[in-house]
Design a protein around this ligand. Structure first.
Ligand code: PHE
Ligand code: CA
Ligand code: ZN
Ligand code: ZN
Ligand code: ZN
Length: 292
């Protein structure tokens, strides 16, 4: 898998910050900053050769949108999907939550287009609307799929908050190996978790499992029996002393002190965490989709 240039990911984040600033300071569902964010991502994908589709829905009296992008080719009966929610809360620009996942998934999609890679599986990418209202966009997407289309999706990779300023390196615990929280995900979730962990062990960064309980857009996928996984660098929880031994950073301080706050802006990103997680997305896509 290629190295994902962190400079490109950060350039997308700068654009999302500008979009928020020009649209009342946020990128929330029903607000102009959300639609402008969607148009930004779509334009880059269209220019790179993706087939893009906008799925509209209504939530809380406002129109929301999902953006779906298909890379032509691969086995149409075996789809690997990768996604991130593009909306934020009203309080701020939503740069770590979830400009970070949105930008890294976008840059991974663009890397596919640049690389000459011929994946064995068909690659699909998704940017969800109205996650912050309760996973609305991803729920509507999964619900809209005919059963035959749903079974074609062999895996879903989710990225929500991957550049937290006081980061942890968490991987969704698809096999429930820690025995904490909900049970194992659909068969295949364990392989996704192993693949992601393989990337981090290769760069010498320890990871820990995190609840696979549906607190982000993989929830509707696992409830539909689709294997899923992904990474997360932490939200409102505080980093423990033991976690500081593993990863450095500040003990007793939230992974993201600006979670759902007005300070979730361009400066609310740890570049090293964003870089490592972005590279892990490319590793997971290339490994799980197969081909060369
Ligand atoms: N989905 C939560 C939000 O957007 C954040 C979160 C992501 C929590 C991943 C846990 C795991 O606010
Ligand atoms: Ca990189
Ligand atoms: Zn959020
Ligand atoms: Zn989020
Ligand atoms: Zn696990």
């Amino acid at each position: 898998a290629p190295d994902i240039p962190i400079a490109n990911v950060k350039a997308h984040l700068a654009q999302l910050q500008s979009i928020a600033t020009a649209n009342g300071g946020n990128r929330a569902h029903g607000q102009p900053g959300f639609r402008a964010s969607l148009d930004y991502v779509k334009a880059r994908l269209d220019a790179a050769g993706y087939q893009t589709t906008i799925q509209s829905f209504t939530a809380s009296g406002a129109t929301g949108y999902n953006l779906i992008a298909d890379w032509p080719g691969g086995d149409a009966n075996q789809v690997l999907m990768t996604g991130a929610h593009l909306d934020g809360v009203r309080a701020g620009a939503g740069i770590n939550d979830n400009g970070s996942g949105s930008a890294a998934v976008l840059e991974t999609a663009l890397a596919v287009a640049r690389s000459g890679y011929r994946p064995a599986k068909h690659l699909r990418f998704g940017w969800w609307g109205a996650e912050e209202l309760g996973l609305i966009g991803s729920n509507r997407y999964v619900a809209s799929l005919p059963a035959a289309e749903r079974t074609k999706i062999k895996g879903y990779l989710n990225y929500d908050m991957i550049g937290s300023p006081n980061p942890g390196y968490f991987v969704y615990d698809g096999d429930n190996s820690d025995g904490v929280g909900s049970g194992p995900g659909p068969a295949g979730s364990a392989e996704i978790e192993r693949t992601i962990n393989g990337y981090f062990s290769g760069i010498g960064v320890p990871t820990r499992g995190t609840d696979f309980d549906g607190r982000s857009d993989y929830g509707p996928f696992i409830r539909a029996g689709i294997p899923a996984g992904g990474t997360f660098t932490g939200a409102e929880g505080r980093k423990t002393a033991a976690q500081v031994q593993l990863w450095g950073g500040q003990s007793g301080v939230a992974f993201d002190r600006c979670y759902h706050g007005s300070c979730d802006s361009s400066s609310n990103i740890n570049d090293t965490a964003l870089d490592r997680n972005s590279d892990s997305i490319a590793h997971a896509v290339w490994t799980l989709a197969g081909g060369a």
